[in-house]
Design a protein around this ligand. Sequence first.
Ligand SMILES: Cc1cc2nc3c(=O)[nH]c(=O)nc-3n(C[C@H](O)[C@H](O)[C@H](O)COP(=O)(O)OP(=O)(O)OC[C@H]3O[C@@H](n4cnc5c(N)ncnc54)[C@H](O)[C@@H]3O)c2cc1C
Length: 450
Amino acid sequence: MPCLAVLNKLSCYGLRSQSIIRVQNSGPMNISKRESCDVLVCGGGSAGVAAAIAAARLGASTILVERYGFCGGVCVSSLVHTFDGLRNCRKYEQLVVGGIPLEVVEELRRNGGLVTKDNPPECLCFDPERMKLAADVLLCRAGVRLLYHLFVVGVVKEGPRVQSVVAAGKEGLWEISAQHFIDATGDGDVGYFAGAEYEKDPAMQTMSTHFRVGGLKGRSTWHQLEQACRKAMDAAYAAGRAPKYGGPWIIRIREGEASFNCTRLYGDATDTRQLTQAEIQARQDLMGIWSILRESVPDFRDSFVLVSGVQVGVRETRRLMGDYVITAEDIERNRPFEDAVALGSWPIDIHPANGEVGVHAHKESPPEPYQIPERAMLVRGLDNLLAVGRCLSSTHEAHGSTRVSGTAMAVGQAGGTLAGLAFTEGLRLRDVRIQMLQERLLQDAVILEL
Ligand SMILES: Cc1cc2nc3c(=O)[nH]c(=O)nc-3n(C[C@H](O)[C@H](O)[C@H](O)COP(=O)(O)OP(=O)(O)OC[C@H]3O[C@@H](n4cnc5c(N)ncnc54)[C@H](O)[C@@H]3O)c2cc1C
């Protein structure tokens, strides 16, 4: 049903420089600002950053819209200090991801943001403050037009084509039109507003608010500190003194400072009330956890909570259904795909929502690196919308592996390259030959097979 209907200039309502449009998910809205571009990337997390850089480098005029004042997504806003999925999780010395994700790592090395302290060997750790800088530098250098502090709230659609995205800013509503759209919001907001098919699992993974502790003393290695914290939490929980918790998993940032992945929140992060409740609960829980550690682990005696994430970290919400849905079997059996556009390599890692606490089993049987097909990015029923990153088309189980940030960046680059090629060749996304896409990705140092 066509729903792009510029109804009226608002002058007839007594307002200037505004117009009303009919928005797919809500009806008539007043528009204050308009923009247009060739490729619009919504969301500036791991996937969106790589997508926007790739599209802009191909010559497409590219805008990236992000609700916060920085890029990096949960890696920054939720203090997730690590990129997993860049390395073969069976053989850490082997890279499975190249291209733009490695340029991000290189920029972090250049700006002093790579954390070289004693940490889990599978993780590539960084300082989120430097990640903000690295993303700005790479995006601006590629010529991406950044629009921070814009929250996507709607879509204007005509038949199977998204015409524009509506976002809320300080001026009121913006309408940004484009030839091709990339949903990198993690929650699949653009697809959702466009009426795309999606799935949400009844047992969605738990959320976590990470927090950083300063003033740690002692000579414990990362491993010793993590083990001591786990012992303390297990004992406190058994005694009925601790809230629900995961891990704890610890990353050491610098001398005397470590980041804790430990809180465990339940609910649906695309439900505002539940998300609010999770934020409130998380703040109480993290202070409770820190108090337990301060009482029980000597390194914590003089410690203090430095900071917690800007928002609770969300692991799973909507998965947009694409022309192909990646399954656990594809990952476990390492199924080859003729339309491979990226490699993944992480165990099926599902933080359980069944009330379990502590460390869940997942690292025992990591899969061989596996291929991710182009079709998983092509949102079913829509001509010009791609899903990259956390909202990629996958089952709940497969998502437990594809969701990690290294894989999100790799898929982001593939999506941005596809959109960029579609624009420069004047084709629909589905009409870009897979050979052309793969050749371009290989030229840009992407790894498609080992
Ligand atoms: C607590 C937690 C711990 C994790 N630990 C690890 C780990 O150790 N290693 C690892 O590799 N991965 C880890 N992950 C997974 C991984 O970090 C994420 O799945 C991945 O980074 C997702 O990237 P993304 O770009 O798809 O989404 P996000 O990083 O969520 O980025 C989405 C971006 O879109 C923006 N956005 C959302 N909605 C809108 C909107 N409507 N309008 C405008 N902007 C919007 C957001 O602000 C955000 O910047 C963890 C995740 C969580 C939550």
